[in-house]
Write a protein that binds this ligand. Structure first.
Ligand code: BES
Ligand code: MN
Ligand code: ZN
Length: 511
């Protein structure tokens, strides 16, 4: 999908499908009013008659309006102006995205006016969000079926109709929104593949191919390399699988403007900048290991690499956006399988940090691969480290599937991510990480156990990880409830890429 900005009279815009957002109360905003006048008040009739439903995101498809150049007009409800906010606006945009996906029209257009933006939001924000939401909706998983799906519908081009010339940041917003959506599409693909296709090797190949395409550095460590580094925790998870684990290291070093002298940009590699490190859990299938999971819905554990997918997807987005920042991506990738070689409950292993771990439950494997990656992160002298993991079922119980869990030892970083979540609509909710929780991880046979009992599972999981993050600022995103949808809509969501995109773009500004 290709996005552009057009400055035009909306009634004269020749799109196959032209979307116009209106409130169900109050008067029409200027550009919608222009269409309304051209069509002899048809828009206001549909609104005042109640034909357009009050609920934000409801739509009416109108054909052949007189004196309107577009073949079809999609009238989209923003709900009541009195209860308007980010959610109603996002619902409206999602409805436009769905209409653009299903329409026989090849060219879509959207009238975007400042007066119909949520309070406190500007056009730059709106363009970035709208582009991402619409591009995101166009995603289809190319499922391997006997007969290829022949997709004939859907807009290929989308134009935003503005009333005045766009600023540089508004033009950039479209590129950014599109880049994030492309990162999400890659992350969704990786998540949606079966674990027979999306193996640790496949994750590594994907990262290597990206690095080649976009010219950033990618190194892949194999089992022998991990042994040399002393990654005993990661290796203990991998030992039950016949597939070799991979440890993927990606380094994107964009020109770093923020650390240069005023007005002077650094070129690659001569920047003294400290990187942002992203760490993604890459369990390509989580059977639970010897602590085997029950059968129902076990297929969904192919999604246990969605943290890894979001980091790889983030690198695609960063490269497409050409962000002037230094980012390192770490992906410990492994299967968690039962076998004669698998680790057992009661095994004690030594992590790369030197700390020992008693494995009481082999199903708490995410923290075991992550802890070694978090230790490895120290060598980059990070500005901050964010790990992204489908870590605990307990997080889903606590928060449901709306926000991702956020746990952090740094209040400023936690606040920043919380705001990024609100701005992108990809929200997080912080859980406490108080010292008291550490006691639950006591072991008689090692420095710590890998589980902390029945209660507060999302927190004890993060408390475990925090023991490996003392050297830097750190935040943990538990995406167990947000990385994929179950039931009829089963599929990866691409979250938390919108959040990460917002965070990374924010880091290119004053920091
Ligand atoms: N990958 C799972 C977490 C998970 C479970 C995510 C269900 C989404 C849906 C993780 O490896 C796991 O098994 N965690 C255990 C931890 C427990 C053994 C302390 C869990 O949540 O049950
Ligand atoms: Mn598990
Ligand atoms: Zn897992």
């Amino acid at each position: 999908m290709k996005f552009t900005i057009k400055i035009a009279s909306p009634e004269k815009s020749e799109a196959g499908l032209l979307a116009v957002c209106v409130f169900v109360d109050g008067s029409l905003p200027p550009m919608s009013q222009a269409i309304n006048e051209a069509s002899r008040d048809r828009l206001s009739e549909f609104v005042s008659s109640g034909e357009l439903d009050e609920k934000a995101g409801s739509t009416l498809l109108l054909h052949g309006l007189t004196n309107v150049a577009a073949e079809r007009v999609l009238l989209v409800s923003l709900g009541k102006s009195t209860s308007f906010g980010d959610k109603a606006w996002r619902d409206a945009l999602a409805a436009i995205g769905k209409a653009f996906k299903d329409t026989p029209a090849r060219e879509g257009a959207i009238v975007l006016e400042e007066t119909t933006l949520p309070p406190g939001r500007d056009l730059t924000w709106a363009l970035r969000q709208a582009t991402r939401i619409i591009a995101e909706r166009a995603y289809r998983f190319d499922a391997p079926r006997a007969k290829n799906e022949n997709v004939k519908r859907g807009a290929r081009k989308v134009a935003f109709i503005l009333s005045s010339k766009p600023s540089q940041s508004q033009k950039e917003a479209i590129l950014h929104g599109q880049a994030i959506a492309e990162g999400m599409a890659l992350a969704k693909d990786l998540g949606n593949y079966g674990a027979n296709v999306c193996t640790p090797a496949k994750l590594a190949e994907t990262a290597l191919a990206l690095g080649k395409e976009f010219k950033f550095e990618v190194d892949v460590l194999n089992r022998a390399d991990m042994e040399k580094l002393g990654m005993g925790a990661l290796l203990s998870v991998a030992q039950g699988s016949c597939r070799e684990p991979k440890f993927i290291v990606m380094q994107y070093h964009g020109r770093n403007l923020s650390h240069g002298k005023k007005g002077k940009a650094f070129k690659n590699n001569d920047s003294p900048s400290r990187p942002i490190v992203l760490v993604g859990k890459g369990i390509t299938f989580d059977s639970g290991g010897i602590s085997l999971k029950p059968g129902p819905e076990m297929d969904e554990m192919k999604y246990d690499m969605c943290g890894a997918a979001s980091v790889i997807g983030a690198f695609k987005a960063i490269a497409l956006m050409k962000l002037p920042i230094h980012v390192v991506g770490l992906v410990p990738a492994s299967e968690n399988m039962p076998s004669g070689d698998a680790s057992r409950p009661g095994d004690v292993v030594r992590s790369m940090s030197g700390q020992t771990i008693e494995i009481l439950n082999t199903d708490a494997e995410g923290r075991l691969i992550l802890c070694d990656a978090l230790t490895y992160a120290e060598r980059f002298n990070p500005d901050c480290v964010i790990d992204i993991a489908t870590l605990t079922g307990a997080c889903v119980v606590a928060l449901g599937r709306i926000p991702s869990g956020l746990l952090s030892t740094d209040d400023a970083l936690a606040d920043e991510l919380t705001q990024n979540g609100l701005d992108s609509g990809d929200r997080v909710w912080r859980l406490p990480l108080w010292e008291e929780y550490q006691e639950l991880l006591k072991s008689n046979f090692a420095d710590m156990a890998n589980v902390g009992g029945r209660f507060g599972g999302a927190i004890t999981g993060a408390a475990f990880l925090s023991r490996f993050t003392k050297a830097y600022k750190w935040a943990h995103l538990d995406i167990a409830g947000t990385a994929w949808l179950s039931g009829d809509a089963k599929g990866a969501t691409g979250r938390p890429l919108p959040l990460l995109g917002e965070f990374l773009i924010g880091r290119t500004k004053v920091h």
